[in-house]
Design a protein around this ligand. Structure first.
Ligand SMILES: *Cc1c(COP(=O)(O)O)cnc(C)c1O
Length: 385
């Protein structure tokens, strides 16, 4: 089976992990701050907080922005469930903004329309979480402008997008948001096995997230409310979690980020090769906006039903039968039973649902060979007819 995505681990990565295992600290040693510094250098952001997953990072990001009961958070229905669950963890309500037909990212026009009616109803969101699907940035300039007008804050879910650019600048610089989140799950651009990071330029938000990822505990003399009892002393001043990344993971991340540019270039080359070859097939290839450079986490095609004899589902299953590990990113979140119980309904986000009826993620990862890519294309041809 050719998988849809796969990590790229070399001997340097393995050595880096082994070195930590042989060292004094396998967690909370020097590697976590070193990895955070490397991400800061790559993005140009001021503060970077490593966490044990992007899901944890999204959770503490919402909490740091004050999301709680009675608040509303909006995200895209075409994302992994974690983009929405993070708000539910905080006791807030979640709603969605339908996607753009071409980019499959949150549609800024629909966002503006929804904000207008939410304002009239007195139900404006506190936080909006745009998701950079496949690694292509959302229209952040427009979304940030709406944030000013309607008074919400922004968390960019850039789980797919480390190594990508928006308006020639690194995604993750938080120029258009309060907080940006990366994921380092093995299928993403670089990996720490499990892991994530929250980035911000705001010192107060960074301090808050730092506390929340480690039980709400601090030794910082500026934050504790009485004189130290001795050098063992710490105080718990918030209700936090154990969301820390280990040094073993951070060493892997630090080794991986050295090859980030190489990884992205390879993914972009492979994506371009798909773009060129697939023009002869009845599929819609991923649209790229002029102001973004995608890290190409996923290569999503849409089946043109008018031109295919087989259905979307038949094509998908046939590809799997032919040993091609296709996938579907994503089942619209509002269609999940848990979200239906919360009152979301099928039909609420028609563009997202239409996308779901046509989309297929075909294999894309750094070590995918041209020969394997040709096998994917041959299988797709066979599956279509
Ligand atoms: C992978 C992913 C997450 C969650 O990442 P984890 O590191 O697995 O917690 C969140 N949002 C999106 C869009 C993702 O793709």
């Amino acid at each position: 089976m050719i998988p849809y995505g796969k990590q790229d681990i070399n001997s340097d990565d393995i050595d880096a992990v082994i070195d930590v295992l042989k060292s004094d600290f396998i967690t909370q040693g020097p590697m976590v701050p070193a990895f955070e510094d490397a991400v800061k250098t790559h993005t140009g952001v001021k503060y970077a907080l490593a966490a044990n997953s992007a899901t944890s990072a999204l959770h503490i990001a919402c909490l740091a922005l004050g999301v709680g009961q009675g608040d509303i958070v909006w995200t895209s229905p075409i994302s992994f469930v974690a983009s929405a669950n993070c708000a539910l963890y905080c006791g807030a309500d979640v709603d969605f903004v339908d996607i753009d037909e071409k980019t499959y990212n949150m549609c800024p026009i629909k966002l503006e329309e929804k904000l207008l009616s939410a304002q009239k109803a007195g139900k404006l969101p506190k936080v909006v979480i745009p998701v950079h699907l496949s690694g292509q940035s959302c229209d952040m300039e427009k979304i940030a402008l709406l944030a000013k007008t309607y008074g919400f804050t922004i968390i960019e879910d850039a789980s797919h997008a480390i190594g990508g650019k928006y308006k020639k600048q690194a995604i993750g610089n938080c120029r258009y948001s309060q907080i940006t989140i990366f994921s380092f799950h093995p299928v993403k651009i670089i990996t720490t096995a499990e892991g994530g990071m929250a980035l911000t330029n705001d010192a107060a938000l960074a301090e808050k997230m730092d506390l929340l990822r480690s039980h709400g505990i601090t030794r910082d003399p500026r934050l504790i409310n009485e004189a130290s009892h001795g050098s063992w002393y710490y105080q718990q001043i918030e209700l936090g979690f154990n969301y820390r990344m280990t040094d073993i993971q951070a060493a892997l991340g630090l080794s991986q980020i050295k090859r980030l540019d190489q990884f992205v270039e390879k993914r972009q080359q492979l994506a371009q090769r798909y773009d060129e070859i697939l023009t002869t097939l009845p599929v819609i290839t991923p649209y790229q906006t002029h102001d973004s450079s995608s890290a190409r986490h996923l290569y999503i095609i849409k089946i043109d039903n008018q031109k295919c004899s087989n259905s979307h589902r038949q094509i998908f299953e046939k590809m799997r039968d032919l040993e091609i590990g296709v996938n579907l990113h994503y089942i619209p979140i509002h269609m999940q039973p848990y979200y239906q119980k919360l009152g979301h309904k099928k039909g609420d986000f028609p563009i997202a649902e239409d996308y779901y009826a046509h989309a297929i993620s075909i294999p894309l990862y750094t070590q995918l060979s041209h020969h394997q890519q040709d096998q994917v294309i041959a299988a797709l041809k066979q599956a279509i007819n």
